[in-house]
Design a protein around this ligand. Structure first.
Ligand code: DX5
Ligand code: ZN
Length: 228
């Protein structure tokens, strides 16, 4: 049984008030998604380990660190050691993903693997034993507020099938352009973890998370109902 989880992305929050922004969603969201960018793997630059470590002291929700950096092998284990509860590395950037994913897990965190819109999921099925979450990017990573890429929907569905075949408890996360309007497509295709930046922190009240959750849950139930 899949559980819908909502991870607001702090990228759309006020970076000068991170702890307060984290607190506004603490009662309604499941985890907090933190976008680490190094201006090499992606053009944008955000925050790194010192800020994540500081945030860890204040945030009550677990932190999901999405590393959009060109040297995940060097840095990912340190985020896990600092206390991030999930650390996701990009398949396109990792030189030794198996070693790095194992180091993340041995530091006590969940390990995530992310793939960009143009990266096929099939070659990574052999790594499913090494991961707790697969992130299918639904935009080109680097910036918030971009339009959802519909071409990624069939891949979400193929990823869900591969996960089912693998038989493990791997969460299937989507990130980028996830909104009231696109939640349904992702949930129907089999996503169960939804990252939303603009749709949460751009809303008048971040408690909008509640409404997003019910939209996703209704969509996730749809295929089963149709099969009736
Ligand atoms: C972008 C980041 C996303 C970003 C999504 O590369 O990975 O987490 O915050 O922002 P929205 O939800 O606005 O598309
Ligand atoms: Zn992200």
């Amino acid at each position: 049984m899949m559980t819908t989880q909502i991870f607001p992305s702090l990228l759309a929050a006020d970076f000068a008030r991170l702890a307060d922004e984290a607190a506004t969603v603490s009662g309604v969201a499941d985890w907090l998604h933190v976008d680490v960018m190094d201006s090499h793997f992606v053009p944008n630059l955000t925050i790194g380990l010192p800020v994540v470590s500081a945030l860890l002291k204040h945030a009550t929700l677990p932190l999901d660190c999405h590393l959009m950096i060109s040297e995940p092998d060097r840095w990912a284990p340190e985020y896990a050691q600092a206390g991030a509860r999930n650390v996701t590395i990009h398949a396109e950037a990792a030189s030794a993903p198996v070693r790095t994913l194992r180091l993340i897990r041995s530091a006590g965190a969940r390990a995530g693997l992310a793939i960009n819109p143009a990266t096929p999921v099939e070659p990574y099925a052999d790594l499913f034993g090494e991961i707790d979450m697969l992130l299918v990017m639904t935009i080109e990573p680097g910036f918030g507020g971009q339009a959802f890429l519909d071409i990624t929907v069939p891949k979400i569905a193929r990823a869900r099938e591969l996960i089912a075949r693998h038989g493990g408890e791997i969460w299937l996360q989507v990130d980028g352009g996830v909104s009231e309007e696109t939640f349904g497509r992702c949930a129907e295709a089999g996503a169960d973890v939804f990252v939303a930046g603009t749709a949460v922190f751009g809303a008048e009240d971040p408690a909008a998370v509640r409404h997003l959750r019910s939209t996703a849950e209704a969509a996730a139930r749809r295929p089963a109902d149709d099969g009736g």
